[in-house]
Design a protein around this ligand. Structure first.
Ligand code: OGA
Ligand code: MN
Length: 295
């Protein structure tokens, strides 16, 4: 099989591409994985259509790209988990496959995925890649949108760039969920998800490009008054998520979409919450906290 990579975003040709001619269930070679990583450095979002994979095959493929995360950012208690700790459960289903009730705590927490974010920016070492496999999708809605943080950085004016460069933000799921009025955290979760520090600007290792590192998890900037920090983060997010920077993915069953959390933000869009939406995510960890990476 020959792998083909084709840009799919009508708004820009260096952001989001489709990859065909690869069978992830069968396993890929080191060489193919290296080609995929090179394409990730260029496009930041890759869509692999028609990949009928199970969790083990998804995990095996993901492992080509670095050390794997465990799903410690999920809110379901171990006894109520539907999937293994190697898989982030991005569904609206309980352990028995039933759609969660409207006021279920797990569902309300999951609504936080509709805020622009970068996965695991609330962990000391955040995520490098996320790989999301669509197993069951609702009839309409539920797109995932991606915003290009490289282009958003490039287009900032020089004064704003200089302001951003030295800043360090505090990230926590308590901030992102708190901004929606979700406050049902246990004491244990408040400790587990205490804020971590991340650079506001980072240099993307594979491409050498600078990127804004934003997420709804960011709720403070070191040395700044909180309202001023949040206002600045909001302004930057508003800039970075203008339509010209966004690719919106409309899911088909068995799409696997892979994105680079160092270079993009993403968010889920609304859908009918009474319909099942079953998505499984594997997550590749970055090599170190952003503060330990060269700028
Ligand atoms: C994720 C996520 C968005 C979606 O899997 O990390 O934010 O559309 N998903 O489900
Ligand atoms: Mn996410």
């Amino acid at each position: 099989m020959t792998m083909t990579i084709r840009p799919i975003n009508p708004r820009r040709d260096d952001f989001a591409a489709e990859v065909t001619g690869v069978d992830i269930a069968a396993g890929v070679s080191k060489e193919t994985a290296a080609e995929i990583e090179a394409a990730m450095d260029r496009y930041a979002v890759l869509v692999f259509p028609e990949q009928r994979i199970d969790d083990d095959q998804q995990y095996a493929f993901s492992q080509h790209f670095g050390p794997m995360e465990t799903a410690t950012g999920d809110i379901a208690a171990p006894t109520e988990r539907r999937l293994s700790m190697d898989i982030n459960d991005i569904s609206n289903l309980d352990k028995d496959g039933r759609v969660l009730a409207r006021d279920d705590r797990r569902r309300l927490f999951g609504l936080g995925n509709m805020l622009w974010h970068s996965d695991s920016s609330f962990k000391a070492t955040p995520a490098k890649y996320s790989l999301l496999s669509a197993r069951v999708i609702p009839g309409e809605g539920g797109n995932t949108e991606f915003a290009d943080m490289r282009a958003a950085w490039d287009d900032l004016d020089e004064k704003t760039k200089a302001d951003c460069m030295p800043l360090i933000a505090e990230h926590s799921q308590l901030y992102s969920r708190g901004s929606l009025g979700f406050d049902q955290f246990t004491d244990e979760e408040r400790v587990k998800w205490a804020p971590v520090l991340q650079r506001l600007v980072r240099r993307h290792e594979g491409s050498g490009r600078l990127c804004l590192y934003l997420a709804s998890h960011a709720g403070a900037i070191q040395g700044w008054p909180v309202p001023e920090a949040r206002m600045f983060l909001r302004d930057l997010t508003e800039h970075a998520t203008q339509r010209e920077y966004v690719y919106s993915h409309r899911w088909r069953p068995f799409d696997l979409v892979m994105w680079d959390n160092r270079a993009v933000m993403h968010r889920a869009r609304r859908y009918d919450h009474t319909q099942p939406r079953d998505m499984h995510r594997t997550t590749v960890a970055d090599r170190a906290p952003t503060l330990e990476q060269p700028l």
